[in-house]
Design a protein around this ligand. Structure first.
Ligand SMILES: [Zn+2]
Length: 244
């Protein structure tokens, strides 16, 4: 693409930032300043004054490269906030996006259950943090499995209609991701999802199911995601606030 082609109307400019190649759709128009937008589907667009030479636009975009890369990172981010739990009475724990207080009481048996606004835990030795932690993990894991399976059965038929082979579903506690979908169609859901609101859980389910058709976060992927879940961006934003 030469200057004339760009100045005529529009074009693409590719700049590199670290290991990232940023492909930017540039539109020129009768305007005073250059503006750049990074979209949630990872498209990058820029509007430039029509009198700008291609090289000027390129230089300006390069100056903003780190900002663009940061925006992309934000939209690519798909991981929970790191856990920091002490397992003591009074501590807040989450279930389906709601807060519950942990209350630990001594007892002969070890168990935990949800009662009103509390996680009621009984422990032979309330000071045994590791035991309290293990109990909570088991509780979340059991609830995540039944919850996710139930929600999954709502969305799976949509994908089966698109001639997608049924995936194998696994559950695992993960620190860095809410879910994953491998090439051999195994979807793993993070059992920590039980802490997130249902609308976020549904988003992760649909996101991973979309990977059955499109393994990468490319335009086709986002087009399908948007079609099935038009408000996925809001759900994703909410998911990023979830503390595990
Ligand atoms: Zn993904």
């Amino acid at each position: 693409m030469d200057n004339r082609a760009l100045r005529a109307d529009r074009g693409k400019i590719e700049i590199s930032f670290g290991r990232k190649q940023l492909l930017i759709d540039v539109v020129t128009s009768d305007r005073k300043r250059l503006s750049i937008t990074v979209h949630p589907d990872l498209r990058i667009t820029a509007k430039a004054p029509s009198e700008y030479e291609l090289e000027v636009i390129r230089r300006r975009l390069e100056k903003r490269a780190s900002w663009i890369a940061r925006q992309l990172d934000f939209f690519e981010r798909f991981q929970p906030l790191p856990p920091e739990r002490k397992f003591v009475s009074g501590e807040t724990h989450y279930y389906l996006g709601r807060q519950y207080r942990l209350r630990i009481q001594p007892s002969k048996t070890a168990r935990v259950r949800l009662l009103g606004r509390f996680f009621e835990m009984e422990l032979p030795n309330p000071n045994k943090k590791e035991k309290a932690r293990a109990l909570m993990l088991d509780w979340y894991s059991a609830h995540a499995k039944s919850l996710l399976s139930r929600r999954l059965s709502q969305y799976l038929p949509v994908f089966v209609k698109m001639k997608v082979a049924e995936p194998k579903i696994r559950f695992r506690r993960m620190k860095k991701r809410w879910g994953s979908c491998s090439e051999n169609k195994v979807i793993i859901f993070n059992t920590e999802l039980a802490k997130a609101p249902i609308l976020c859980i549904d988003y992760v389910i649909v996101h991973e199911l979309c990977h059955l058709l499109y393994p990468n976060h490319d335009r086709k992927f986002f087009r399908l995601l948007k079609r099935i879940m038009p408000d996925w961006e809001k759900r994703k934003e909410r998911l990023e606030q979830v503390i595990i």
